[in-house]
Design a protein around this ligand. Structure first.
Ligand code: CP
Length: 327
């Protein structure tokens, strides 16, 4: 690319997705609407090369299966290409290259970057260093907004609305970045939140404050099973062992909640059970065959939600009608 092209890219001031504050409720609904129309493309029933010629940089400084692979699938289903940092141990990060320099390089190789990093705030820092949009695929115990988009898509598919639902968020609310981003989005749609966690893993006070500032109806409790019968959504999370400074502290809360099929005998018929995955022992396999389980469908929805986000951030319009399958 010549200097003029470079300057042109700089002049576009493309914004990424670092937290859910980067999207209005109207943006969210419009992106989810695009995602619904892209379902046949995500399923491989039709090919729609909207992103032909575009390159996604996948920079995962922390392990990932779903986020990394669904970004890659989304890009390829839309005719785009992907370059991966790969295993951090085989990259120049081990030679001491800074995140800032790494981003400066990858910025020149790609049109958009998906990034996961163990340090909270790293995605914001990367966005400040980059000209291309950064999609935050998880920054430490901070945020995971692209996960929230697929979570909202899953809820919308099941309930037909995001408004006024009763949602139980359970497990590791302290370190679980998925619930940090999701809780913020849900209160903006007027949902009631029941936050079920061991005392040690309560939602951080500043997030509770943010939720209440947005008018949230929030109940904090240690009792999961006593709160699921009136819920529309039960969102389970893994205890984030890797975030604990002290192994003894982890041992105190490991296995705090284990949802079994017998526990959902008296829940609402339309209640859905979600989990960002991977699960450890929070959801017993007996739940998988109940009508309430949505977590594998939720993981698939990562492809459509990320397709729609890639198109939006690259300023590519998703057609109003897409042939080739039923949405
Ligand atoms: N839900 C999620 O972020 O999964 P991965 O850690 O496998 O990307």
């Amino acid at each position: 690319m010549g200097m003029l092209g470079w300057l042109h890219r700089r002049g576009l001031e493309m914004k990424g997705l670092i937290t859910m504050d980067d999207l209005t409720n109207e943006d969210i609904l419009s992106i989810l609407d695009d995602a619904a129309r892209l379902l046949p493309v995500a399923r491989g029933e039709t090919y729609l090369p909207l992103l032909e010629g575009k390159i996604l940089g996948n920079l995962f400084f922390e392990p990932s299966t779903r986020t990394r692979m669904s970004f890659e699938t989304a890009m390829k289903r839309l005719g785009g290409d992907v370059v991966n940092l790969g295993d951090v141990k085989t990259s120049s990060v081990v030679k001491g290259e800074t995140l800032f320099d790494t981003i400066q390089m990858v910025d020149g190789y790609t049109d958009i970057i998906a990034m996961r990093h163990p340090r909270q705030g790293a995605a914001r820092y990367a966005q400040d260093a980059a000209r291309v949009p950064i999609l935050n695929g998880g920054d430490g115990a901070g945020h995971h907004p692209t996960q929230t988009m697929l979570d909202l898509f899953t809820i919308l598919q099941s309930h037909g609305t995001l408004e006024g639902l009763s949602v139980v968020l359970a497990g590791d609310l302290r370190y679980g970045r998925t619930v940090h981003s999701l809780s913020h989005a849900l209160v903006r749609f007027g949902c009631k939140l029941i936050l079920a966690s061991p005392e040690l893993l309560r939602m951080p006070a500043e997030i509770i404050e943010d939720l209440r500032e947005h008018g949230a109806d929030v109940l904090e409790t240690e009792d999961l099973l006593g709160n699921i019968n009136d819920a529309d959504v039960v969102y389970m999370t893994r205890i984030q062992k890797e975030r604990f400074a002290d192994e003894d502290e982890y041992t105190k809360v490991a296995g705090a909640y284990k949802l079994h099929a017998r526990d959902v005998a008296n829940v609402k018929a339309e209640m859905i059970i979600m989990h960002p995955l991977p699960r450890v022992d929070e959801i017993h396999p007996s739940v998988d065959s109940t009508r309430h389980a949505r977590y594998f469908e939720q993981a698939f929805n990562g492809v459509v939600a990320r397709m729609a986000l890639l198109c939006r951030l690259l300023n590519i319009e998703v057609p109003a009608e897409i042939q080739g399958g039923e949405a």
